[in-house]
Design a protein around this ligand. Structure first.
Ligand code: FES
Length: 398
């Protein structure tokens, strides 16, 4: 008979758990008051999410598949039970997709207008080496079941804006299209200018949809394409890369004048976003009127976890203190497993719904994430991607 050795990691977990249980039991025998809660650590994992007792994505069904370009596919979705998918234009869903024997969590923006009667869909562009984007581009089919969290995110339409200047590159058009179309359909006093950059004409996602919007709203919607290759009179596009100078030249050609009622939304590759931000700030646009949505490639994300070991965390929540022992799990996973009420939405560092304050100790986070420099300076972390690296006291603000 062959004996399968117990994995070292699992043996370590068990010994550590045994030590905690013994310390807990001997504390009771000596008459010491036990901690209000001692949470058993959920088993550790590396990098990608795995099924959690408390973070439970819900099922959605693919009801239609539309090939937008050779490299991008739209998945039309229906909630189990058929309820409409309520969201704010610009928000995204977190998808848990199993491929290669592992569950991978990815964010895809809802691309339709947030008005009644529009079918919910996300549009996924193939990425070189992308496990999930390539899997869905190759295998998505009607009837496929996917599991999602959200909608999440604060890159959403400002309904008070008089003029929306939208700047998109490649698949960055997905939240931008939702914002543009919602504004045109549901906010008749607003105007929309969209500058959209792509490598070539074949890469333009929603080309016909955008052209139709321009035809239907000639007084309110101005659209300019920028193409790195193949710009001709027929494509009515500007040749070149969508960078700061190109953006400013296009805005000038469209006789755009900045004013306090204008809001800028930028989404696309990080190089484009940096260049656009620099150009807008140099032109005197206050940063408070610039909104950005950055997509991080999974391979650019840092992962932290099991190497941090078991750490004691005091969680201040709902006016009480819970004593937890984490073991490489996120603060969110450990807190939920202990029965704490903890807000969250995307569970992947993209929305800040799970923001908590570290009062003592050190918490490390997967990067990049959406926490601002100001929030970091004030001691905030994101519980869904934050793990204790030392004994900690953490406050969940109500
Ligand atoms: S739940 Fe969205 S950032 Fe943590």
């Amino acid at each position: 008979m062959r004996v399968r050795p117990l994995p070292v990691r699992r043996l370590g977990d068990r010994l550590r758990q045994l030590g905690q249980d013994v310390r807990f039991a001997t504390g009771r025998l000596r008459g010491r008051r036990p901690s209000p809660t001692i949470a058993r650590p959920v088993r550790s994992h590396r990098g990608e999410p795995r099924p959690s007792r408390s973070i439970q994505p819900r099922p959605v069904e693919v009801v239609r598949v539309v090939r937008e370009t050779p490299d991008a596919v739209s998945l039309y979705l229906r909630e189990a039970g058929g309820a409409p998918l309520a969201f704010r234009p610009g928000q995204f869903l977190s998808f848990d997709v199993e491929t290669g024997g592992r569950v991978h969590r990815r964010a895809y923006s809802l691309a339709h207008a947030a008005v009644p009667g529009r079918e919910a869909h996300v549009t996924i562009k193939r990425v070189e080496g992308g496990k999930v984007s390539n899997h869905l581009n190759d295998h998505a089919a009607v009837g496929m079941r996917l599991r999602v969290l959200g909608p999440s995110g604060s890159f959403t339409l400002d309904e008070t804006a008089e003029h929306l200047v939208l700047v998109a590159g490649g698949s960055g058009i997905t939240p931008i299209a939702s914002i543009a179309e919602t504004a045109l359909l549901a906010h008749p006093a607003s105007r929309v200018t969209l500058i959209y950059g792509n490598r070539s004409e074949a890469d333009i996602i929603f080309r016909e949809r955008l052209a139709r919007l321009a035809d239907e709203h000639p007084e309110r919607f101005r659209l300019a394409h920028v193409l790195e290759a193949g710009a001709t009179d027929a494509t009515a596009a500007t040749a070149g890369r969508l960078d700061g100078p190109t953006l400013m030249a296009r805005l000038e050609a469209l006789t755009h004048a900045d004013d306090a009622g204008t809001r800028y939304y930028v989404c696309g590759p990080s190089g484009m976003m940096d260049a656009v931000r620099t150009a807008l700030v140099a032109a005197g646009v206050p940063t408070g009127r610039i909104r950005e949505e950055r997509f991080a490639r999974p391979e650019e994300r840092t992962s932290v976890g099991p190497e941090l070991g078991a750490q004691r965390v005091t969680l201040r929540v709902d006016g009480r203190e819970l004593e937890l022992v984490t073991d490489g799990d996120t603060l969110l996973e450990a807190g939920l497993a202990a029965g704490a009420t903890m807000p969250f939405s995307c569970a992947m560092g993209g929305c800040a719904a799970c923001r908590v304050k570290v009062v003592e100790g050190q918490v490390v986070m997967e990067e990049p994430n959406c926490l601002t420099a100001e929030e970091r300076a004030e001691g905030y972390v994101l519980a869904c991607v934050g793990r204790a690296a030392s004994p900690c006291v953490v406050e969940v603000e109500g």
